[in-house]
Write a protein that binds this ligand. Structure first.
Ligand SMILES: Nc1ncnc2c1ncn2[C@@H]1O[C@H](COP(=O)(O)OP(=O)(O)O)[C@@H](O)[C@H]1O
Ligand SMILES: [Mg+2]
Length: 155
């Protein structure tokens, strides 16, 4: 499958694009969200959580590292969602302390991970990669590229 690049002109549009993207996600999927501070990773996650009818307020897990939400798929199946922000992770010991291993191998849960590069060694390679970058033309414009999990048999 190919990389798709979307252009967002506003925070609201990024949320809508996250919501549309989420229709492709399945139980157990991992989504790594890359991009600078303030790129819009958490806004995109809000859209994914909206698709899964999460009722909690979705906020940045910068200090909590892992937030957990109860979602529901469109066919009514419960879906546990972990929203993770590894920005403050400095060492493998920090990852162990927050229970990253158990979280990332929770096969039924959807894992949305900001700053996945902070846990490169522990991050399963089969994951979606969403990269958000500024679009120089406008302060509120973003480019959002989406790479689906690669099938190892084809590489
Ligand atoms: N097109 C856009 N998409 C997402 N956020 C935007 C956009 N334009 C402006 N913003 C602002 O950028 C910030 C993005 O914050 P956030 O999603 O927390 O970033 P990150 O999680 O990548 O650090 C918010 O303050 C938001 O209002
Ligand atoms: Mg964030």
């Amino acid at each position: 499958m190919e990389v798709v690049t979307l252009r967002s002109a506003s925070e609201m549009e990024t949320i809508q694009q996250g919501e549309q993207f989420a229709s492709q996600l399945k139980h157990g999927d991992i989504v790594g969200l890359e991009g600078e501070l303030g790129a819009g990773k958490t806004e995109f996650v809000k859209g994914i959580c909206r698709f899964f009818a999460v009722e909690d307020l979705v906020t940045s897990p910068t200090f909590t590292i892992i937030n957990q939400h109860a979602g529901t798929t469109p066919d009514g199946t419960p879906l546990k969602i972990y929203h993770v922000d590894l920005y403050r992770i400095g060492s493998p010991a920090d990852l162990a302390e927050v229970g990253f291993d158990d979280m990332v191998f929770a096969h039924d849960a959807l894992k949305l991970i900001e700053w996945p590069e902070r846990a490169e060694q522990l991050m399963p390679s089969k994951r979606w990669i969403v990269t958000i970058t500024a679009d120089e033309s406008d302060d509120d414009a973003r480019l959002i590229s989406i790479m689906p999990p690669q099938n190892p048999d084809l590489s």
